[in-house]
Design a protein around this ligand. Structure first.
Ligand code: ACO
Ligand code: ZN
Length: 281
């Protein structure tokens, strides 16, 4: 599909069934032509294969033996698990995930080769299996220091802190790689809100502890957040002054507390001791 065609495409699939949820879609997603006439699709919540009819899904569920995403479980804490799926080793799953994700992502052209990406799938687990909550993708090798390509929390799970958990997770991976990272641009409105919230909380917590006596470079080394993102966050909070050709952080404790309150809930924390992972080679 060429770019201009995609812009003129209207949303075809109006709802999907996924696990116990029926979810209204947000945007057009380029499913293969044989699905053009469908207004509803039925997804297997484990392998993400999609079908036109409920009966097909029911038949599928009787023989599908997956109970979690394919790939390696790299994190487990309580009922939360994170799986790393290699787009090259699990191509069909990765493609299905992209079709599904595009239903909720407006500006992304998901036409890159899934081979080049890793997919980090967050699940809530119970005795029936591990149910996908959201995911983010990451290029195996990014020239631009991107540590996240696309991020999604499925609508039934939104506004519960999972987005900030996924963002925090992407930075924990960057720390393990010894690199700074930044999300691929452009960000959606909700993406920017979530990132701004995450950056604000992480940076202000450190500024409070250090009483502001810290440089942007040091903040970047500690958090794996790219210096530009730190600067823009602190600038938007009006915590930066420009003196004698240098950026200076001004961190009045009262001002920090006020911003921290406004930054909202902290969300779910990533327990780094439960992350078992080595960078992709
Ligand atoms: N209205 C207002 N603020 C919101 C909303 C909303 N509907 N949703 C999220 N936010 C803001 C809030 O500040 C929220 O923090 P708070 O609840 O403490 O106030 C913060 O974003 C993050 O909330 P979370 O619960 O941690 O995030 P969530 O699980 O809802 O996921 C995400 C955020 C991933 C952006 C989700 O909205 C989503 O999947 N959207 C559709 C896909 C998308 O736009 N992805 C980002 C594209 S950019 C990219 O991929 C690089
Ligand atoms: Zn299946």
């Amino acid at each position: 599909l060429r770019e201009h065609e995609e812009f003129t495409k209207v949303k075809n699939i109006a709802t999907i069934e996924l696990g116990k949820y029926e979810i209204e879609t947000w945007y057009f997603s380029p499913f293969p032509p044989e699905y053009n006439e469908c207004v509803k699709l039925f997804f297997c919540e484990f392998c993400l294969n999609f079908m036109k009819r409920k009966e097909q899904l029911q038949r599928h569920m009787r023989k599908c033996d997956l109970k979690h995403p394919p790939g390696d479980e790299i994190y487990r804490s309580g009922t939360l698990s994170m799986f790393e799926v290699d787009g090259k080793k699990n191509k069909v799953y990765a493609q299905n995930l992209c079709y599904l994700a595009k239903l909720f992502l407006d500006h992304k052209t998901l036409y890159y080769d899934v081979d080049l990406f890793l997919f980090y799938v967050l699940c809530e687990c119970d005795d029936r299996g591990c149910h996908m909550v959201g995911y983010f993708s990451k290029e195996k090798h990014s020239e631009e220091a991107y540590n996240l390509a696309c991020i999604l929390t499925l609508p039934p799970y939104q506004r519960k802190g999972y987005g900030k958990f996924l963002i925090a997770f992407s930075y924990e991976l960057s720390k393990k790689e010894g690199k700074v990272g930044t999300p691929e641009r452009p960000l959606s409105d909700l993406g920017l809100l979530s990132y701004r919230g995450y950056w604000t909380r992480v940076l202000l917590d450190i500024l409070k502890k250090h009483k502001g006596n810290i440089s942007i470079k040091e903040l970047s080394d500690m958090t794996a957040i790219k210096a530009e993102d730190i600067l823009s966050t602190l600038q938007s909070l009006e915590l930066i002054q420009y003196r004698k050709g240098q950026h200076v952080i001004c961190a009045d404790p009262k001002v920090l507390d006020r911003h921290l309150k406004a930054a909202g809930r902290g969300g779910l924390d990533v327990d780094v001791s439960k992350l078992i992972w080595t960078p992709y080679r």
